[in-house]
Each structure stands twice: as C-alpha cells, then as structure tokens.
Design a protein around this ligand. Structure first.
Ligand SMILES: [Zn+2]
Length: 123
C-alpha cells in the first residue's frame, strides 16, 4: 500500500515499529525526515490514520488524557463519552477517533473536556 507523508508529500516507508519504539509493536508507516509515523490495523497494511509528527502526537496524547478522564472517572460510559464528543465537535460518531484528529480538533477536545469538568457544559 502506498502511503504519503502529509508533511512532505513523499512516500512513507513501511517498517517495523521497533525502528521508532526500540521494541516491536507491529508495522508502521514512517517518514524519517519528518519524524512522522502511524500504526496499521492489526493483520493488515492499512494505516490507522494520517502520519503524525512529534507536535501532533503531543496534542493527541493531551486530547486523549483530557477525554479519557471523562469516562474513566466520570459518569459517562466510554460509548456515551464518544457520542458526547461527536456532538461537541459536530462530526459523525464514526469519525470521532482522536487517532485521526488534527491539531485543531485535538484542541477542541481539550477545551470541551475542560469545560465539562468545570461544569460549564452539560451532557
Ligand atoms: Zn515527511
């Protein structure tokens, strides 16, 4: 499968994840120049989303941390939390995957989660 790096537009390398993690968690698509990569769906060579560089990975981690708190410690189930998030972002539930989000969407997740925790946003 041909996967293009969204940062430089060149073909990403299909390689084992131990290249970046030092340990194998399966295959990834990697752009060494951009320090960008993405995993694949188990047992396939289909990427999980776009390649993410260091900055985007940082935002995704922050968005996940803020969001996961809602269903881990809150009154939401995980499924309800994703339904809530899809309403907050105005996108279909099927597309509500933080792994697929860009930086702007990650920021929206963090804002929505923070507002919710501060009681500013009812479910
Ligand atoms: Zn690149």
């Amino acid at each position: 499968m041909k996967v293009v790096c969204p940062y430089c537009g060149r073909a990403a390398e299909y390689t084992d994840s131990k290249t970046v993690y030092g340990r194998s968690y399966g295959m990834i698509y990697l752009c060494r120049d951009c320090d960008a990569y993405v995993g694949v769906h188990k047992g396939t060579d289909k990427p999980l989303g776009r390649l993410a560089n260091r900055e985007l990975r940082r935002w995704k981690n922050a968005a996940h941390a803020a969001f996961d708190e809602l269903w881990r410690f809150g009154s939401f189930t995980r499924r309800e939390a994703y339904a809530w998030l899809s309403r907050q972002l105005g996108i279909p539930i099927k597309k509500t995957h933080i792994g697929m989000f860009d930086i702007a969407e990650c920021k929206k997740v963090i804002t929505a989660a923070t507002d919710f925790k501060e009681g500013l946003k009812p479910c």
